[in-house]
Design a protein around this ligand. Structure first.
Ligand code: AGP
Length: 606
C-alpha cells in the first residue's frame, strides 16, 4: 500500500524524502513523487513519475532543491492507471497533498463542487486536493475540517499549503500515520520503517485529529480545535535492523532471523517453565471464560490461525473457527460476549482484519490481537495484545512474522489447556520445553538450506505445482504454497491429500511436480497412500518428511528430512523449509524476491 513521508526541519529535505521512500518501497507501489516547499521562492514544487524511487531520484538529481520542508509518496494504484499524472503529490491551487486510502464518494464530490474542469488526473486523491483548495481561505485547520466532513472512506492525508511555508499538516481515518520530533526536525510517515533511522520515539496520529509539523514543534488538535498531547511510544527495533545486513534480499535475512525472533518472542512469557502472560497484561479469565474462539486474519496470518486451530481442537477441545477477515463480516458469524476473537496481523494495519475486529467488538466479543508492530491500529483497538518480537519485516512475503505468531499461539494453547484442566502442569512444562527447542531446530534446517536449494532448481520451470498433505501437514502446506506462488509466480496449490481423488487428481499428469509433507505420525500411512496415487499417475514427487518417519523411503522418493520434533511442533521446521524452497525458486528465476509484482506489504484497502 501507499507509502508516505513528510519532513520539516533545518536539513535539505530532498535526500531525507528519497531515502525514506526507498525504505517504504517494501509496501508495494508503482509510482513515486515528492513536493518541496521552497520558502524563499514562496512556492511548492512537485517532482513525480510512474516507476521506481530510483527513477524519481534521477529526476530530482537534475534539479536545484534547497528546500527544508517537503512530503513524499509511493503510490499503489487504486483509482486511475499507473502514469505520471496519477502519481502523488497532487496540487490544486495553494494546496498540495499525498494520500493513502480510498475516498468512496469522490465522484459525488466532483459533481457537488463542480470540480471536473480543474482535475488533471483520474485519482480520488486529487479531488480532495481540489476540495481543500475550494475551502481554503487562509486557515488550514478550517479548510481541513470542512473537507473531511464531506468525505466517505479511508484516508491519511499529508498536506502543504503554499502560503504556510515550512509547515506540514496531516489528518487520518483508518490509514496509518506515525510522527515524531527529533534533533533533525519533525517527521511523519505511514509506518515506522521510515522513521526508525532517526529516532525510536514516536506517536500514532489519532484519527480525526489535525497534526501540524513545524521544524521545532508539533501541534495536535482535535476537530473542535482543542490541543491534544501526543501519546509517545518507543520502538525496540535496532535502528540498523531495517537494513539487509549483507543479504541479497530482506526475505533471506528475515528467514535467518527466525531463531532469534522466536527466542525474543517467547522469553519473558515463560515463568517456572510455564506460559505466563502477566507481563502482557492478559488475564487468565480471557482464556477460561470463553466458550468459543474465532481467529480473524488474512494470508499468512490466517495460516498461523489454522495451525492454532489444530492445536486448540486436539489439546483444549474448545470450538474454534478461523475466518478470512475479508469474508468474516459477510458470513453472519456467530459472535457474542462468550467468544474470544483473536486478530492476527504482522503490520497491525490490514484493513480487512481491522474491520473484522471492529465488527466482533460490536457483537460484544473480547478481542486479543497477536501483532508485530507496536501501537498499530489493530493493537490499539484490541482489548489485549500479545506482541511478537520479530522486528521489522520488510519482505512482502511474511516469514519471521509467521513463525513468531506460531510461537505465541503455542504458548496461548498451552496456557488454555492448563487453565481448563486439559493439561497438567507437568504436561504444560513438557510442551513449553519442546517450544524452547524450536530456535535450535530452525538453526539446523537453515544450515541445511543448500539441500533445499537443490530441490528448488528442479521446479524452476514448473508452471503448476501441487502440495499435498493431511491434517496439520495440510495447514502447513497452505502457507508453503502461498509463499511459493507469491514470490515465484508458479501456480501452486495445496490440497488435503485425501481430497485429491474427489477431483483434483484429474490434473496430475506425467512429471507434474508434487511437494508432499509427512510430519504427523498418526496420519502417515494415509498420506503415503495418497502420495502413491499421484506417483502412479506420473507425478514428480519431493517428500518433506520428519526424519524419524523416513525409514527407507529415500529408495522411492527424493526426500528432505526434517529435524525431529513432537508432531505438533513440526510446523516450525517444515514451514521454514518451504520458505527456503520458495525463496530459492524466486531468486534463481531472477525475480525481485522482496517486492513481488502486484503485492503490497501492508494492505490498507478492502
Ligand atoms: C504473506 O506472505 C503475505 N504478504 C500476506 O498474505 C500477509 O500475510 C497478509 O496480507 C496479512 O498481513 P498482516 O499480517 O500485516 O495483517
Amino acid at each position: 500500500m501507499c507509502g508516505i513521508i513528510g519532513y520539516t526541519g533545518s536539513n535539505c529535505v530532498k535526500d531525507i524524502l528519497l531515502d525514506a521512500l526507498s525504505l517504504l518501497e517494501y509496501r508495494g507501489y508503482d509510482s513515486a513523487g515528492i513536493a518541496v516547499n521552497e520558502e524563499e521562492k514562496k512556492k511548492t514544487e512537485i517532482f513525480k513519475c510512474a516507476g521506481r524511487v530510483s527513477d524519481l531520484k534521477a529526476i530530482c538529481d537534475t534539479k536545484q532543491i534547497t528546500a527544508t520542508c517537503g512530503i513524499g509518496h509511493t503510490r499503489w494504484a487504486t483509482h486511475g492507471g499507473v502514469n505520471d499524472g496519477n502519481a502523488h503529490p497532487h496540487q490544486q491551487g495553494k494546496v498540495t497533498l499525498v494520500h493513502n486510502g480510498i475516498i468512496e464518494n469522490y465522484r459525488e464530490l466532483i459533481a457537488d463542487y463542480d470540480l471536473q474542469d480543474v482535475l488533471r488526473s483520474e485519482t480520488d486523491s486529487e479531488v480532495v486536493a481540489a476540495l481543500l483548495n475550494h475551502f481554503y481561505q487562509g486557515n488550514p485547520g478550517e479548510a481541513i475540517r470542512k473537507t473531511v466532513s464531506k468525505l466517505k472512506g479511508t484516508f491519511a492525508f499529508v498536506i502543504l499549503f503554499e502560503d504556510q511555508p515550512g509547515v506540514i499538516y496531516s489528518i487520518r481515518n483508518v490509514s496509518p500515520i506515525v510522527a515524531t520530533i527529533c534533533k533533525e526536525g519533525a517527521m511523519l510517515a505511514s509506518d515506522l520503517t521510515a522513521l526508525c533511522r532517526f529516532t525510536n520515539e514516536y506517536f500514532v496520529v489519532p484519527e480525526y485529529h489535525i497534526l501540524e509539523l513545524h521544524k521545532d514543534c508539533i501541534l495536535l488538535t482535535d476537530l473542535q480545535g482543542q490541543k491534544v498531547e501526543p501519546q509517545m511510544l518507543s520502538v525496540d527495533w535496532e535502528l540498523n535492523s531495517a537494513g539487509k545486513n549483507g543479504y541479497p534480499f530482506y526475505m533471506e535475512k528475515e528467514m535467518m532471523e527466525q531463531p532469534d525472533a522466536i527466542r525474543r518472542t517467547i522469553e519473558g512469557r515463560i515463568m517456572n517453565g510455564l506460559p505466563d502472560f502477566t507481563g502482557d497484561g492478559v488475564p487468565d479469565e480471557l482464556f477460561t471464560n470463553c466458550e468459543r474462539i474465532c481467529v480473524v486474519a488474512c494470508g499468512t496470518a490466517m495460516h498461523a490461525g489454522l495451525v492454532a486451530q489444530a492445536l486448540v481442537k486436539s489439546m483444549v477441545h474448545v470450538p474454534m473457527e478461523v475466518e478470512l477477515a475479508s469474508e468474516f463480516m459477510y458470513s453472519d458469524p456467530v459472535i457474542d460476549e462468550k467468544t474470544l476473537v483473536i486478530a492476527v496481523s504482522q503490520s497491525g494495519e490490514t484493513i480487512d482484519t481491522l474491520e473484522a475486529l471492529r465488527y466482533a467488538k460490536r457483537q460484544g466479543a473480547k478481542c486479543l490481537s497477536i501483532i508485530n508492530v507496536k501501537g498499530s491500529s489493530i493493537a490499539r483497538e484490541s482489548d489485549y495484545v500479545l506482541y511478537t518480537s520479530a522486528g521489522p519485516e520488510i519482505a512482502v512475503a511474511s516469514t519471521k512474522a509467521y513463525t513468531t505468531q506460531l510461537s505465541v499461539f503455542h504458548l496461548v494453547v498451552a496456557k488454555m489447556a492448563m487453565l481448563r484442566g486439559a493439561y497438567t502442569e507437568k504436561q504444560a512444562k513438557a510442551f513449553v520445553q519442546e517450544l524452547q527447542r524450536v530456535p535450535e531446530v530452525l538453526e539446523t534446517i537453515l544450515e541445511q538450506r543448500k539441500d533445499i536449494h537443490v530441490i528448488a532448481k528442479k521446479i524452476l520451470e514448473a508452471k503448476d505445482l501441487f502440495m499435498i498433505g493431511r491434517g496439520l501437514d495440510y495447514s502447513i502446506l497452505l502457507e508453503g504454497s502461498l509463499k511459493l506462488k507469491e514470490v515465484s509466480y508458479i501456480h501452486s496449490e495445496a490440497y488435503a491429500s485425501g481430497e485429491l481423488k474427489h477431483g483434483p487428481i484429474a490434473l496430475i499428469t506425467r512429471n507434474t511436480p508434487v511437494v508432499a509433507a509427512v510430519t504427523q505420525e498418526k496420519i502417515m500411512s494415509k498420506e503415503l497412500s495418497n502420495i502413491k496415487e499421484v506417483k502412479s499417475r506420473g507425478a514428480d514427487i519431493v517428500l518433506f518428511i520428519k526424519k524419524a518417519l523416513a525409514g527407507d523411503l529415500h529408495q522411492e522418493y527424493q526426500l528432505i528430512e526434517l529435524p525431529d520434533m513432537q508432531d505438533v511442533f513440526m510446523v516450525f521446521p517444515t514451514s521454514v523449509a518451504l520458505q527456503l524452497l520458495a525463496y530459492y525458486v524466486s531468486s534463481d528465476k531472477g525475480f525481485d524476491v522482496d517486492k513481488p509484482r502486484n503485492l503490497a506489504k501492508v494492505v490498507t484497502v478492502e
